[in-house]
Design a protein around this ligand. Structure first.
Ligand SMILES: Cc1ncc(COP(=O)(O)O)c(C=O)c1O
Length: 448
């Protein structure tokens, strides 16, 4: 009999995080839901944090936790990294906000151009949501076409234009496996925005080719994550992506990689590992070193639409000085050795946890495309990896995976609640051992 169930995990959670529960309740008197991001929800409520240092956070409930959430992959250097602290402290005294450009913007642009193969020009914003919106606008302006294509399970921010079929579930009216239909991820998204989206199934070449050819005349672009995050972690096959590159070029559809998360895959981003070059790339999360920053990069030709005035994009805080300062410090610290270290740690977690699960016949796995943004699931059958968003619904036991997330938090490890985590550079070999031991301990108690 399992000693761990959803009810027992919830009981322990409510005892351990009672102060956080109180802050949530009190917060909801002034903020809908108690805080401004619904993604803070961790089961019944968010865990409130007092401070972070290195790989750990301290909660208001008095617990020190190994941070495997890392603000949803942002904090690749963990918390209070000296390089970022010094960069911010050095930038503040000369003023923080101007109606003029400064010198930091060009420096971060140079770093991204040097590293990311598709990027010859860059425009900064405050978030990846904004840069994804910009990408669609640039693509529409450049091609003169209106609709765009995306994958079911791909998340590209919360704008009306893009918050579509990222979280579609079995109860939604979302069409068949081979002909998915777009569904809005929120109330308040106009039907026009939904109608402008052409949905594609991940890793299903025949369906994708048929759908893209049938809609090509209207399609400005295809936006994709090489490894999706929010929709259950699904990595696109390299050959599949290479064929999409060829087909979109043939059909005059711009190809956009949303590397908001996957830029942490390696020194040249995930596109460097895939060896496929898109027309536009969206970046975010780690590039701001913990400050709010998004970026759109691409070929000089396509990004030229912004220079010619054909497409106009400008926001008051775009390319904010402090975000640029922190971003430069983060990217400079993330040299090749740093990416190698993170990816080696991720490989260790995967092989040790999965080796343990296989040796005991427990249907649990940690998986991903081999870099430090990973997923975990308790599976309903023999397959141990979701190949598409819909595979994820079918293969992953939602209740058991949720139980594991709650219990990891109860035992001092803070992942993303839906079954996802990322590593940070300050994690030591002992921290990695702690991660492995906690996962295997929790899953053993769940499996019984
Ligand atoms: C792939 C991807 N694109 C875009 C976004 C939007 O980023 P932000 O919430 O920083 O605007 C996210 C956020 O999780 C993401 O994972």
């Amino acid at each position: 009999m399992p000693s761990l169930t959803l009810d027992s995990a919830l009981d322990t959670f409510s005892q351990r995080f009672a102060t956080s529960a109180r802050y949530s309740r009190e917060g909801s008197e002034s903020i809908p839901g108690g805080y401004s991001r619904s993604s803070f929800n961790f089961g019944p409520h968010a865990i409130f944090v007092e401070r972070g240092e290195g790989a750990r956070i301290e909660t208001v409930d008095g617990h020190s936790m190994l941070d495997l959430n890392n603000n949803f992959t942002v904090n690749v250097l963990g918390h209070d990294h000296p390089a970022i602290r010094e960069a911010l402290l050095a930038a503040i005294p000369s003023g923080i906000s101007f109606g003029n450009p400064g010198l930091l913007e060009g420096r971060l642009a140079e770093i991204l151009i040097e590293r990311v193969p598709s990027v010859e020009r860059v425009q900064f914003s405050c978030s990846a949501t904004e840069s994804c919106m910009s990408a669609i606008r640039v693509a529409r302006g450049f091609t003169g076409r209106t609709r765009y294509a995306k994958f079911e399970g791909g998340y590209h921010g919360f704008s009306d234009v893009l918050h579509i079929s990222s979280h579609a579930g079995p109860d939604d009216d979302c069409g068949s496996d081979t002909d998915p239909k777009p569904v809005p991820d929120s109330g308040g998204i106009p039907a026009n925005d939904v109608a402008n989206v052409v949905m594609l199934p991940q890793n299903d070449w025949e369906s994708c080719e048929r759908i893209l050819r049938a809609n090509a005349a209207d399609l400005a672009c295809l936006i994709l994550e090489l490894q999706s995050g929010a929709g259950g972690l699904v990595a696109l096959d390299r050959d599949f992506v290479a064929r999409l590159r060829e087909l979109t070029s043939e059909l005059g559809i711009l190809l956009i990689f949303d590397e908001t998360i996957s830029l942490r895959a390696g020194y040249h981003g995930a596109q460097g590992l895939y060896g496929v070059t898109p027309d536009l790339t969206v970046m975010g999360k780690m590039i701001g070193g913990g400050m709010p920053l998004g970026a759109l990069g691409g070929s000089a030709e396509v990004m030229g639409a912004l220079e010619s005035g054909a497409v106009s994009i400008s926001g008051t805080h775009h390319g904010h000085k402090l975000a640029l300062a922190a971003g430069i410090a983060c990217m400079e610290t993330m040299d090749r050795a740093a990416f190698d270290r993170l990816n080696a740690c991720a490989g260790r977690v995967m092989s040790e946890v999965n080796g343990w699960a296989a040796s005991r016949g427990v249907p649990f796995a940690v998986y991903g495309a081999g870099y430090s943004h990973l997923s975990y699931g308790y599976f309903t059958g023999p397959e141990r990896e979701a190949r598409s968003h819909r595979d994820y619904w079918r293969l992953v036991d939602g209740e058991r995976t949720q139980t594991i997330s709650l219990e990891l938090a109860n035992r001092g490890i803070f992942p993303v609640h839906r079954g996802e985590f990322s590593l940070s550079l300050p994690m030591s070999d002992d921290d990695i051992s702690e991660i492995v031991a906690t996962f295997t301990g929790v899953v053993a108690d769940l499996a019984g």
